[in-house]
Design a protein around this ligand. Structure first.
Ligand SMILES: NC(=O)c1ccc[n+]([C@@H]2O[C@H](COP(=O)([O-])OP(=O)(O)OC[C@H]3O[C@@H](n4cnc5c(N)ncnc54)[C@H](O)[C@@H]3O)[C@@H](O)[C@H]2O)c1
Length: 261
């Protein structure tokens, strides 16, 4: 028996990295998974060994149930259509994972462009807003609660050097998580965040392959290594499951101890 049997989940940014790992992990736990992304195939810079196969295909190949829906999290209408597709296919929605996110480049604010700020805020902050809004509307229609998991970052709770737009966007997503937990707790809608540090995904390849940056991160991390997307799966399954029924408004930090000092 899986911990997410009979549940219907949407995962945004499900084609690559953390979103892909969570989608596959949820399916292993018995969930039917709607994989949403702006692209169906995994980013080529990623570390997934089986990335030539799309996430929904891997799930079905393993005997699970999955659907791909193209959706841009920055567009409210796309996100409304995404929820409608999930409900049309599977009858309801139980879990929303707002994972899609972007990072442009390391630079201090005086070197950043307005376009970089707008792009980062649009995906990382407005995208989470859109996903929360549309899933909450569906949860309220159903009337029996729901679970939202926002993939934030340690950049949402501490400042990281040369990441001004990313930190601003993740800080917004973190505090939206807390705010929504307050408004929708009475409706049994749990809203939580996971805050990873640096993980081996396509997003971080330029930094993982830079020996100086890679070592700096390792030395600042008490567990002395980078994490993997698979290490976010267990925490996500926990927050999506009945084990977390009394957990809401929390920041689940999964960072090898980076923020402990
Ligand atoms: N990798 C890390 O070190 C790390 C650390 C902390 C937090 N995070 C966060 O985790 C999330 C996933 O990151 P990742 O490392 O797996 O990134 P990734 O770049 O490997 O994968 C992100 C996926 O999101 C999709 N995406 C991008 N913009 C989108 C949009 N507008 N609408 C829908 N999908 C879109 C991409 O196509 C891609 O498939 C992000 O929110 C990121 O900020 C990553």
């Amino acid at each position: 028996m899986g911990r997410l049997d009979h549940k219907v989940a949407i995962v945004t940014g499900a084609s690559s990295g953390i979103g892909r790992a969570i989608a596959l992990g949820f399916a292993r736990e018995g969930a039917r998974v709607v994989c949403a992304d702006i692209r169906k195939d995994a980013r080529p810079e990623g570390y997934e060994e089986d990335r030539q196969k799309d996430t929904d295909e891997v799930i079905r190949g393993n005997g699970g149930d999955a659907l791909f829906v193209r959706a841009d999290v920055t567009r409210g209408q796309d996100m409304a259509n995404l929820v409608t597709s999930a409900v049309e296919q599977y009858g309801r929605l139980d879990i929303m994972v707002n994972n899609a996110g972007v990072f442009t480049r390391l630079a201090p604010i005086h070197e950043k462009t307005e376009e970089e700020y707008d792009f980062t805020m649009n995906v990382n902050a407005k995208g989470v807003w859109n996903g929360c809004q549309q899933s909450i509307r569906q949860f309220l229609r159903q009337g029996d609660g729901g679970k939202i998991i926002n993939i934030v970052s340690i950049a949402g709770i501490i400042g990281l050097a040369n990441e001004p737009a990313y930190c601003a966007s993740k800080g917004a997503a973190a505090n939206l998580t807390r705010q929504l937990a307050i408004d929708y707790g009475p409706h049994r809608i749990n809203v939580n965040a996971i805050c990873p540090n640096f993980l081996t995904t396509a997003m971080c390849r330029p930094y993982y392959t830079d020996a100086a940056i890679r070592t700096t991160v390792e030395e600042a991390t008490p567990l002395r290594r980078w994490g993997t997307p698979e290490e976010i799966v267990g925490p996500a399954v926990f927050l999506a499951s009945a084990d977390a029924d009394y957990v809401t408004g929390s920041m689940l930090i999964v960072d090898g101890g980076y923020t402990a000092r």
